[in-house]
Design a binder for this molecule. Sequence first.
Ligand code: MTE
Ligand code: MO
Length: 377
Amino acid sequence: SWACVLKEKHPEMLHLLQFPYNGEPPKRLVTSKPITPNPLHFVRNHGGIPIIEKDKWSMTLDGLVANPKSYTLDDLMDESKFPRMEKVITMQCSGTRRIEQIGLYPGQGDELPQAPWAEGAIGTAKYVGISLKKVIKDCGGLIGGAKHLELYGVDTYFKADHVMNYLVSIPWSKVKANEVMLAWEMNGEVLPKIHGYPLRVVVMGYIGARSVKWLYRIKAIENPSLAPVQSKEYLYFNQQVGKHNQRPTDGIQIQEMPVSSAIMSPWTKQVVIHNGTIRTKGWAYSGGGRWPERVELSADGGFSWYAVPNENLSKKGKWTWRTWEFDLPCDVEGWIEIVCRCWDNSLNTQPLTIRAAWNWGLHVTSSAHRISVYSIN
Ligand code: MTE
Ligand code: MO
């Protein structure tokens, strides 16, 4: 699987964990383009990277459906049966910017050692595939009170004392809304092995964890999956929960990410020499089909804010981030704190401090992004 990393990923990827492989692009390259080139898209794995031969692969749809069926890739690519779907979608890991929470208080994260994600565990790609809804319809639809779909990945990993497949579930309502894709193409290329070849799920507006790679089975069930990734990980705990008192039932299952943003340039601790304005760059994103409506920057720790003009933000899209650039006015010399926050189209915004967002699972670091730079005017 290391050969796969070297072949498919950019040489400057930051390898956060070698096994399971987890990596993100360096700061300089996170927002170099509104659509992330495949070699720079972050990678989050719980186990190995399965190498699957397309001709030996098939996908089963079973459980509470009228007519359980198996499909080859050619079956799914048959346009007379399943209309082709093409969408630009931002995928964000709920661990994005976890490093800031770790810096404040260490917590559990989902895995040990916890992947210390910075601002790069987010990426945007144009996916080609079909709507999962159509495949469910092709199986005669759901029966017997089915309301959720379990999604099985081929990859396995150790949990406690046994080996299991990567497995989560998503609600049927999301599928019914045509917001769940089965994708075989990413940015005009065959889906890379490291991103789930031959077929992956892409759930629009949900955390990356629900977008199962190396998909081989979908099972219709009544209630959310009891598999550990769904029921015990990716939970949002309140701040009283820690190592000694955490119970999965006290956590909220994380589905949609709240609005968040990050400054990708300059970097914290950098000396910035300028003529009254500091050139800043970054991204802004909101889950659940909401989009960044306004991005604001502060050069004084969040006391006063400048709105980034709309033309400095990349195109609006229901399922995508917006990258931005802004010349931030600054007339002081010395250490300053630059802060970024976003307002989405529902006027949700970000908490101002990391502490306000801190949680034992170290997920959803959605606080306003703060960096300290030395300003020379
Ligand atoms: N699918 C499988 N089969 N195995 C995994 O470990 N990780 C999930 C999701 N799908 C995972 C998976 C998580 S937590 C994230 S954030 C996304 O994949 C990351 O997708 P990417 O590696 O293509 O960026
Ligand atoms: Mo994730």
